[in-house]
Design a protein around this ligand. Structure first.
Ligand SMILES: NC(=O)c1ccc[n+]([C@@H]2O[C@H](COP(=O)([O-])OP(=O)(O)OC[C@H]3O[C@@H](n4cnc5c(N)ncnc54)[C@H](OP(=O)(O)O)[C@@H]3O)[C@@H](O)[C@H]2O)c1
Length: 334
């Protein structure tokens, strides 16, 4: 089968399309004929070797973290799927393999696709949708009437986050440039700060929960607009000790490393009276089923910016890496 394979870490030349053997499903796996796969910044960060401290699989390694397709075989222990079902999934991090004509997924990580959603839109949901759900519902525990600030609302995660925060009953403010303003407003965002011409600090110290997708100066400014005693969850800045303990299996050496690299951020958070948590999302078939239900009920819309054929996946990744995507970028298999 054709697959997009990482041969060495670094620039785009480290990965290429090639023929590889199709994967064999284990007892709890479904084998999926991939119809579409979503792209995420983690794909190029992984290719660049930026995640090697956390996860270092043996190369060559088939890239790709989320997919939608048809089930063509199931392992002996699989209960919820049968051949012919339409499924979608955020594939386990140590496994990946979504940029390929076929991929294996543990059934615990997969869900049935929403009715009436095509494969392209379904492939755009898992990673970004789960990130937004797990941050806003679980980590920030957003309640009706709260004021939520989301940095970077126009990208893959942000377009889901705005809608999920609205579904949870929040008043939502986000940052977007003029390029993204119409999109974030169409998703229900109440207030938009144009980050290219306005400072976030102008929003005033009035927010109950912060979800940061950008990091750096943006995160620093977010500390200034949170009410004392509130929390910021980031997926765009630096991991801290809780990340290693809660999200990465309690690895002590990683926890110490993350303590060091996040020292400055945690100090600034403490001075502002705000708590800081960096989240690594996790695959979850049950959370994905909840997203599917929200899509079926018309509460959650999927924003696909561009689609590319698998043959042009390098161009698709380069577009995403440019940092201007509005919603999601997806590759489709023929
Ligand atoms: N830890 C985790 O589990 C996890 C999970 C998912 C994602 N992430 C991380 O979260 C971040 C966001 O992911 P994504 O998929 O949403 O990325 P993305 O789709 O590539 O985001 C692109 C969008 O970001 C906007 N943007 C760029 N700079 C901005 C700024 N300074 N302020 C506001 N908006 C800005 C761009 O809008 P303009 O064109 O208007 O500038 C563009 O629409 C990435 O760093 C990703 O690696 C982490």
């Amino acid at each position: 089968m054709r697959a997009y394979v990482l041969e060495h870490y670094g620039g785009p030349e480290g990965a290429r399309l090639m023929d590889v053997p199709a994967p064999m499903p284990g007892p709890s796996d479904i084998l999926v004929k991939v119809r579409a796969a979503g792209l995420n910044p983690v794909d190029f960060k992984f290719r660049q070797g930026k995640l090697r401290v956390i996860h270092r699989p043996r190369l060559p390694f088939v890239l790709g973290n989320e997919l939608a397709g048809e089930v063509i075989a199931v392992g002996g222990d699989v209960k919820r799927f049968k051949v012919g079902d339409r499924g979608f999934a955020r594939v386990a991090k140590d496994r990946a393999g979504a940029f390929a004509e076929q991929a294996c997924v543990d059934e615990a990580d997969a869900a049935h696709m929403p009715q009436d959603l095509d494969f392209t839109a379904a492939a755009a949901v898992p990673l970004a949708g789960l990130t937004a759900l797990q941050a806003l519902r679980d980590e920030l525990a957003v309640k009706p009437g709260q004021k939520v600030f989301i940095s970077g609302g126009a990208g893959g995660v942000g377009t889901f986050a705005i809608q999920i925060a609205k579904w949870l009953g929040a008043h939502v403010t986000t940052t977007a440039s003029k390029r993204g303003e119409a999109l974030v407003r169409s998703l229900g965002c109440d207030e938009v700060i144009d980050y290219t011409s306005q400072s976030i600090s102008e929003a005033g110290r009035r927010f109950d929960a912060g979800f940061d997708l950008i990091g750096g100066k943006t995160l620093d400014q977010m500390f200034e607009i949170m009410k004392p005693g509130t929390r910021i969850v980031s997926v765009g800045a630096l991991p801290e000790p809780q990340t290693a303990i809660k999200d990465l299996g309690g690895r002590r050496a990683l926890s110490a490393l993350f303590w060091m690299i996040s020292y400055g951020i945690r100090s600034r958070a403490r001075r502002a009276g705000v708590s800081y948590r960096y989240l690594f999302m996790h695959p979850s078939g049950s959370d994905l089923a909840q997203l599917a239900e929200l899509i079926e009920r018309g509460i959650l819309k999927v924003t696909v910016d561009k689609t590319y054929p698998l043959a042009d996946i390098a161009d698709a990744l380069a577009y995403l890496e440019g940092g201007r995507a509005k919603g999601k970028v997806v590759v489709t298999m023929t």
